[in-house]
Design a protein. Structure first.
Length: 119
């Protein structure tokens, strides 16, 4: 017996807006919406989904869990420009000089853009 990772729940003040940002970042699709929030997923259905659950409070501190992304079909600089244009912003969490770039989504949730390109 084992457990399967099927969904990552992300607290959000505006679940629809944050889901839209992440759909653009990952090129995922809307899975569904209900009173609990908004769910998005890889159209192939092979990856866990992201569920954006409404909470009234803003993010208060550094994430203890974050998403790492690799650029697909472009280099890190090109993908960084795309993510910034979508509404991400760079953040300094004390990482120093690294090969990855720490960013935050529009509600301040940190994620990393790694250097290694995937095609």
């Amino acid at each position: 017996m084992a457990a399967r990772f099927t969904e990552l729940v992300i607290d959000a003040q505006d679940p629809a807006s944050l889901a839209s940002f992440w759909m653009s970042v990952l090129r995922w699709a809307l899975v569904g919406t209900d009173e609990d929030g908004v769910e998005i997923g890889d159209p192939s259905g092979l990856s866990p989904t992201f569920m954006f659950a409404h909470v009234p409070e803003a993010k208060a501190s550094k994430n203890r869990l974050h998403v790492d992304l690799n650029p697909v079909g472009c280099d890190q600089d090109e993908e960084l420009a795309r993510l910034l244009a979508l509404g991400a912003h760079t953040v300094d969490i004390g990482q120093g000089e690294q090969s990855w770039i720490v960013l935050a989504d529009p509600e301040g949730n940190e994620f990393c853009l790694l250097r290694t390109r995937h095609d």
